[in-house]
Design a protein around this ligand. Structure first.
Ligand SMILES: Nc1ncnc2c1ncn2[C@@H]1O[C@H](COP(=O)(O)OP(=O)(O)O)[C@@H](O)[C@H]1O
Ligand SMILES: O=C(O)C[C@@H](O)[C@H](O)C(=O)COP(=O)(O)O
Length: 346
C-alpha cells in the first residue's frame, strides 16, 4: 500500500484549447442482452437492444462524465446505422466523422449470454462488418488537431481499410502532439492469426502514451517480442517505447496502473452484487480516463474506474447504464460507509 500518491498531470499532460477532450476510433454496434437471463442463449427468448461496442460504450461513459467526445467509425446504411448515430447525437457525442457504408456492410450485433452473475459470454455477428470498412479518408488532420487525446480500439486493426485508418490517425496524432490511448480490446472475430495480431498491436502500442488491457491482451501484443508474461516486464518494455501509463486488468482480482516514474498503484473491485461479467472494462476505461484527462491523483482515477466498472457489472446493459460523476461519487461514498475507507485500496 502506498501512503503517498501522485497527480497524473505530473506523468502525462494533454494539449489545451482543443474542442474534443477525446476522439475514439473503433466500432459502434448493438448489444442484445437477454431479459430472461440466467439460462443459456439457446433458451433465452427475449432480448433488450442497446448501443454497444466497447469504444462506443466508453465514449458514452466519457460524455456522461462531462467530456466533449468525438468518434471515428463506419456504420451500416440502414435503420441500425441510424439508431446508433441518433443515440450518439442524443448523448452529445460528435458524429461528423461517422461514415455510412455504401456496399451493404452490416452493423455488428452482439448477443450476450448471462448464465449466472459471474458467467457471461458474448456471441458476435461480424461478417461483412461496417466498422472495419472505415476508410482512411474519414480520418482528417483537423479532427485530430481538435482533439486533446485519441483512443484507438485494437479491434479496429483487424482488417483494412479500418487498419489503414488507424495507422493514419496514429501518424497524425504523433504529428500534432495528441496523446494516444491504446485500448487493446481483443475480440477474436475478424483476426486470422496471432502473428498478425502481434504485428499490428505492437505497432500501435509502441506509439501509445497509455496502454490498457488484460494480461492475455498484453501477451498477444508481445508475442513476437519474446518478453516473459509478467506485468512489470510489460510495463518496463512499453515505458522504453513511448508509454507513460500502463494499466493491466485482472478481472475480479483488480487492476494495476504502472507509471513511467517507476511507481505502481493497484485497486481492487468494489464489492457489488454483479448481474453479469461483461461491461466492466468499458466502465473502467471511462472512469479512469476521465480522471487522467483531469490530471487527478492516480488513486482517485483508479477508484473512479473501479467504481464505474462495478456499477456496470451490476447493470443489465452497458451504454445506457454509464453513470454521471455524481452517481459514481455517491456509489464510492456509500461503499466506504459500508465497508470502510480502504475498501478498494490494495
Ligand atoms: N464481479 C465484479 N465486481 C466488481 N467489479 C468487477 C467485477 N468484475 C469485474 N469488475 C471490474 O471491472 C474491471 C474490468 O474487468 P475485466 O474483466 O478485467 O475487463 P473486461 O471487462 O475488459 O474484460 C475490473 O478491473 C474490476 O474493477
Ligand atoms: O465490445 C463489444 O462489441 C460488445 C460490448 O458492447 C459488450 O457489451 C461487451 O462485451 C463489453 O465489453 P467489456 O467492457 O470489455 O467487458
Amino acid at each position: 500500500m502506498h501512503n503517498k500518491s501522485i497527480l497524473t498531470k505530473d506523468i502525462i499532460t494533454f494539449p489545451t484549447n482543443r474542442k474534443f477532450d477525446m476522439t475514439l476510433l473503433g466500432r459502434v454496434a448493438i448489444d442484445f442482452n437477454p431479459v430472461d437471463y440466467f439460462q443459456t442463449l439457446a433458451e433465452s427468448t427475449t432480448f433488450k437492444k442497446y448501443v454497444g461496442g466497447s469504444p462506443a460504450n466508453t465514449a458514452v461513459g466519457l460524455s456522461r462524465l462531462g467530456k466533449n467526445v468525438g468518434f471515428i467509425s463506419a456504420v451500416s446504411k440502414d435503420r441500425f446505422g441510424e439508431y446508433v448515430t441518433k443515440y450518439f447525437e442524443n448523448e452529445g457525442i460528435d458524429t461528423s466523422h461517422i461514415m455510412t457504408c455504401q456496399h451493404g456492410e452490416k452493423l455488428g450485433l452482439t448477443f450476450t449470454e448471462i448464465l449466472s452473475k459471474d458467467e457471461s459470454s458474448i456471441l458476435m455477428y461480424r461478417n461483412q462488418i461496417a466498422d472495419l470498412a472505415l476508410e482512411p479518408s474519414v480520418v482528417d488532420e483537423e479532427y485530430i488537431q481538435n482533439s486533446k487525446s485519441l483512443l484507438i480500439s485494437g479491434t479496429a486493426l483487424a482488417q483494412s481499410p479500418s487498419r489503414d485508418a488507424v495507422l493514419k490517425a496514429v501518424s497524425l496524432a504523433k504529428k500534432n502532439h495528441t496523446p494516444i490511448i491504446f485500448d487493446i480490446d481483443y475480440r477474436s472475430y475478424n483476426w486470422t492469426n496471432t502473428d498478425e495480431i502481434a504485428v499490428y498491436y505492437s505497432l500501435v502500442a509502441r506509439e501509445a502514451d497509455i496502454i490498457m488491457g488484460s494480461r492475455e491482451e498484453f501477451d498477444l501484443t508481445e508475442k513476437l517480442l519474446g518478453l516473459d508474461s509478467n506485468d512489470k516486464t510489460s510495463a518496463d518494455y512499453w515505458f522504453k517505447q513511448n508509454a507513460k501509463i500502463i494499466v493491466i486488468k485482472h478481472g475480479k482480482e483488480g487492476s494495476t496502473a504502472y507509471l513511467s516514474n517507476g511507481e505502481d498503484y493497484s485497486i481492487k473491485p468494489f464489492p457489488i452484487d454483479a448481474l453479469k461479467s461483461f461491461g466492466g472494462g468499458d466502465g473502467y476505461a471511462a472512469g479512469f480516463l476521465n480522471g487522467v484527462l483531469n490530471g487527478w491523483d492516480i488513486i482517485e482515477c483508479l477508484e473512479m474506474g473501479s467504481a464505474e466498472a462495478a456499477i456496470l457489472v451490476a447493470s443489465h446493459g452497458c451504454s445506457d447504464f454509464m453513470p454521471h460523476e455524481s452517481e459514481v461519487r455517491t456509489f464510492i461514498k456509500d461503499e466506504k460507509a459500508k465497508y470502510g475507507d480502504m475498501v478498494a485500496r490494495v
